[in-house]
Design a protein around this ligand. Structure first.
Ligand code: TYD
Length: 243
């Protein structure tokens, strides 16, 4: 009997929010306004709530680490990538980013604002690329050792509106994918949100950005209560805080 006959497969960790710190992810189609809203939230926390700047980590996937920057280049500006290879590369970026950047910051009691997380993989690689969304979700959970955000803000914008907003010069590989792909991705995000209303807040991203910002603030108010802005971060340790 070979090892493959007896292999029971990957053990997928149970999804869980961090034990310390606060993790908020932003999701949505390309051009939905994630970057703008993350910057507005960060600015609000620093100027209105006196949160120390170094307690807020604004990061993104793919590309939140030096390794991730290389993976991002391969994924978005390289040659055609087979869908399974694409899924694994996003998962590799995520595994390294979570282990080396996100978890250490959370372990210090910090706030992480993430521009995309595992829901993007489920929507883009799962639904969009016709792999199984459940498998992609499991792969990402394995990669991230089960880490889920406390809150995920989904900025929902109809595909046609995103198409109007998009600057089509210098588009990356995924931005060049067709309208059907983008519509499928949007629907998968909405389905994910409907299935987990505790984690997700869906915000209409076609509204004026100040209005979207006000709704983002309302959506994160409760989880920010978990965050102690007076907390002084200790120097990072080599050990993870969790498990
Ligand atoms: P993003 O950084 O949001 O794009 P931008 O270039 O506008 O800053 O995301 C890059 C692309 O990667 C985007 O088209 C979505 C895609 N993506 C996936 O397909 N799967 C994933 O897991 C992630 C994180 C992103």
């Amino acid at each position: 009997m070979s090892i493959l006959d007896s292999a029971r497969g990957l053990r997928i960790p149970l999804p869980h929010p961090p034990h310390r710190g606060v993790f908020i992810s932003f999701e949505g189609g390309d051009g939905a306004g994630k970057t703008t809203q993350m910057a507005m939230l960060r600015n609000h926390l620093v100027t209105e709530r006196s949160v120390a700047e170094d307690l807020i980590l604004t990061t993104r996937e793919p590309g939140g680490t030096p390794l991730g920057v290389s993976i991002r280049r391969l994924l978005l500006h390289g040659e055609h990538v087979d869908p399974r290879a694409e899924a694994l590369l996003y998962a590799a970026d995520r595994a390294h980013h979570i282990a080396t950047v996100v978890r250490p910051h959370l372990a210090r009691g910090g706030l992480v604002l993430g521009d995309r997380y595992l829901d993007s993989s489920i929507a883009y690689q799962g639904a969009g690329r016709s792999l199984e969304p459940e498998e992609i979700g499991s792969l990402s959970l394995w990669a991230a050792d089960g880490l889920l955000p406390h809150r995920t803000i989904l900025l929902d914008v109809p595909t046609e509106t995103l198409d109007e907003r998009r600057d089509t010069t210098g588009q990356d590989r995924l931005e060049q994918a067709g309208a059907d792909f983008r519509a499928t991705v949007r629907q998968e995000f909405l389905d994910l949100a409907a299935a987990d209303p505790e984690r997700f807040a869906v915000i209409d991203g076609t509204q004026p950005r100040e209005e979207v910002h006000a709704q983002v603030l309302a959506a994160v108010a409760e989880v920010l209560g978990l965050f102690d802005p007076t907390f002084e971060p200790a120097p990072p340790t080599k050990h993870r805080d969790e498990q």
